[in-house]
Design a protein around this ligand. Structure first.
Ligand code: PMP
Length: 289
């Protein structure tokens, strides 16, 4: 079955899914995106993802390409047409097509909307979680507004590639004071020897993950204390457990940082409890297919 994308008003096979060369997303990275998990035929935390999308659009003064009720219909229809029950939904909105110029177009243009879905191999992700993953630390050289979920991801791309080149799965980004900001496409967490969860508080230096927000609720329901403060790489290496969070990986154990094992060098018990409890706390939508 060929994959179907939604592109500016039409559902089209991937081979025909094109945007204009003067789309400002293509030329200037002038756009925002969201990634939402699809599990057992339903969207996970769709409401929160759409709320964050609205905040990202507002921050960049990009208008909504359609009312959010219609957008939700498009998301459903794209998932349905691709028959994806376990995977991810990708949604991208750019400022639209205009003659190349850095400033916003004088006459407002219609924002471009692209939606795709992709199946994910849940067994493979589960196997990864059972083994845990390794990360490397790299300098965080991104811009100052990474709280906005923009498609301008070059530093994140280079960080992930540096991890791959080093034989690791992911990269944790480190600010100029030596504190971890977040992962290349995830939030970073520790479990201290005292059993306290540590993660960096929301600010313009991290993207506040939807998964992160839900994990805080999960932790509260499990009576696990959460402390929101930045931690260093040395602290991470000396922690009892470490993990990262994102919509597609939920809670993913990190068992090595820069080649040093974290804790026992195996996924930790607190991490696995959070992973196991996550979907009981997340908002699971109605089944699409
Ligand atoms: N930080 C960054 C830089 C990300 O790209 C992501 C994933 N989109 C996250 C954090 C985690 O966000 P979420 O839990 O909403 O997927």
């Amino acid at each position: 079955m060929s994959r179907i994308a939604y592109v500016n008003g039409r559902y089209v096979p991937f081979a025909q899914a094109c945007v204009h060369i003067e789309d400002r997303g293509y030329q200037l990275g002038d756009g925002v995106y969201e990634v939402c998990e699809i599990r057992d035929g339903a969207f996970v935390d769709e409401r929160r993802h759409l709320e964050r999308l609205a905040r990202s659009l507002a921050a960049l003064r990009i208008s909504e390409p359609m009312p959010f009720a219609s957008l939700r219909h498009v998301l459903r229809e794209t998932a349905r047409r691709n028959r994806v029950t376990d995977g991810l939904l990708y949604l991208q909105i750019t400022r639209g097509v205009a003659r190349r110029d850095h400033g916003f177009p004088d006459k407002p243009v219609k924002p471009s909307l692209v939606v795709t879905v992709r199946a994910l191999d849940r067994k493979k992700i589960e196997a990864s979680a059972m083994a845990g993953i390794s990360v490397i630390s790299v300098p965080d050289d991104r811009w100052g507004r990474v709280d906005i979920k923009t498609i301008g991801l070059l530093p994140n791309v280079l960080a992930r590639q540096a991890a791959k080149d080093a034989g690791a799965k992911d990269a944790w980004l480190v600010d100029e004071d030596g504190f971890v900001t977040e992962g290349a496409s995830s939030n970073a967490w520790l479990v201290t020897k005292e059993g306290v969860l540590l993660t960096r508080p929301s600010s313009n230096r991290i993207l506040t993950g939807i998964t992160m927000t839900v994990i805080k609720e999960v932790a509260a329901s499990l009576q696990i204390r959460v402390e929101e403060r930045a931690f260093t790489v040395a602290e991470a290496k000396a922690a009892a457990e470490a993990f990262l969070s994102s919509a597609t990986q939920t809670v993913m154990p990190v068992v090595a940082i820069d080649g040093s094992p974290v804790g026992s060098g195996k996924p930790g018990p607190v991490t696995m409890r959070l992973r196991e409890a996550f979907h009981r706390r997340a908002e699971i939508g109605l089944r699409i297919i």
